[in-house]
Design a protein around this ligand. Structure first.
Ligand SMILES: Cc1ncc(COP(=O)(O)O)c(C=O)c1O
Length: 374
């Protein structure tokens, strides 16, 4: 019985071939034809005009903040219910995250709280310099009101779509819904380059600037000349080749993860105290992770007991994000609301959703959870 991981990479013959072709071409550097092609192909898929391939999603967030002008002392709205990288990037540029709770109806940043907080801050003359939204576990945030609010107040919107490549909001692709969009190709994502990311936007000017900053801000001289400080954030051409092969299989991966979500719904149907992450009517997720909420009183066991039972049969599962306003590193950071994501954290569990998960592996997860019900 082999271990079942939460969301392991899945690579095949096409990945191997494209990686070796890049290797044989000797483009083993952070420049090369696969990078150019990966940027073009990803931009097309994300419904944007321009993209720059980077070494991680975190690097993309960092550059995205710099591009829209966030700097020391600025405030930036960030959902509390997300991975630490979203807020870490805000701290990298010397700005202050302001955590905003999520809606119980879709687990993403609550537009009503954003609206309220903007009204209060407009009166005080202390508007945030940017708003970051996160398309969580593969489901986009609710952009109609968020985009309208940001426009009304003239605040740039950074879409952290690290987990949501291939998802849509009212027919529009994740990544295209803000001023800039961010993707991650970390090993656990729906497509991976082992590590990598992409910053996307319709503005050529913004993406050219990001490419400059990601290349040590080297000025166009034959010698090394620098008029500002940049970063070493470019993706390797080898990894871009891997990413291109993965991107070709994106639709199949989404479909397999959708079926896994459906199979969990069928397998866990009828169990009292088990709910799934709500699927919002406004879009189509990429089904990256399937998450459930356990009510311990009704189910007869709590989230942690279930996680340990799964671990005992070599199944990796993970509690949903611990909200950032409850993280020691962000102790004392301003927070708007917070009860909703704290509640999800107490009860939430992410289940294995790797696109290569087999029927018998699925059954191992489902049977173990069912056996915990008393
Ligand atoms: C929501 C979110 N933002 C940002 C990141 C950071 O991406 P990376 O690991 O590529 O730096 C991740 C995942 O790792 C993520 O889930």
């Amino acid at each position: 019985m082999s271990r079942i991981y939460l969301s392991p990479p899945e690579v095949g013959a096409e990945e191997r071939q494209m990686l070796l072709d890049a290797f044989d071409s000797n483009w083993i550097a952070p420049v090369g034809p696969d990078i150019d092609a990966f940027e073009e192909e990803l931009a097309e898929r994300a419904g944007v005009d321009h993209a720059v391939a980077l070494s991680s999603g975190t690097a993309a967030l960092h550059l995205g903040l710099l591009l829209v002008g966030v700097g020391p002392g600025d405030d930036v709205f960030v959902p509390s219910f997300t991975f630490v990288a979203t807020a870490a990037a805000v701290s990298y540029v010397g700005a202050n995250p302001v955590f905003v709770d999520c809606s119980a109806s879709n687990w993403t940043i609550d537009p009503a709280l954003v609206a309220e907080e903007l009204t209060v801050r407009a009166r005080r003359g202390r508007l945030p310099r940017a708003v970051i939204t996160v398309d969580l576990y593969g489901q986009t945030a609710d952009y109609d009101s968020l985009a309208t609010l940001c426009e009304e107040y003239g605040i740039p919107l950074i879409e952290d779509a690290a987990e949501a490549l291939g998802a849509t909001y009212r027919g529009r692709p994740a990544g295209s819904l803000g001023t800039v969009g961010v993707f991650s190709f970390n090993g656990n994502k729906i497509i991976t380059t082992s590590g990598g990311g992409m910053l996307v936007a319709d503005s050529a000017e913004l993406i050219d600037r990001a490419r400059h900053l990601a290349t040590q801000a080297r000025d166009p001289f034959p010698h090394y000349e620098h008029s500002e400080l940049g970063y070493n954030y470019r993706l390797s051409n080898l990894l871009a080749a891997l990413g291109r092969a993965q991107l070709r299989g994106l639709d199949g991966r989404i479909e397999r993860r959708r079926r896994i979500n459906e199979a969990y719904r069928v397998g866990l149907a009828g169990l009292p105290g088990v709910e799934f992450m709500p699927v919002a009517a406004y879009g189509e997720p990429n089904w990256w992770l399937t998450c459930i909420l356990i009510d311990p009183d009704r189910f007869g066991a709590g989230r942690e007991e279930i996680r340990l039972a799964l671990e005992s049969v070599d199944v990796e599962s993970r509690p949903t994000w611990k909200p950032l306003h409850l993280q020691p590193v962000f102790d004392g950071v301003a927070t708007v609301g917070g009860a909703s994501c704290a509640h999800i954290f107490e009860r939430g569990l992410c289940l294995p959703t790797g696109s290569a998960l087999s029927e018998s592996e699925l059954a191992r997860v489902v049977d173990t959870i069912r056996a915990m019900h008393h």
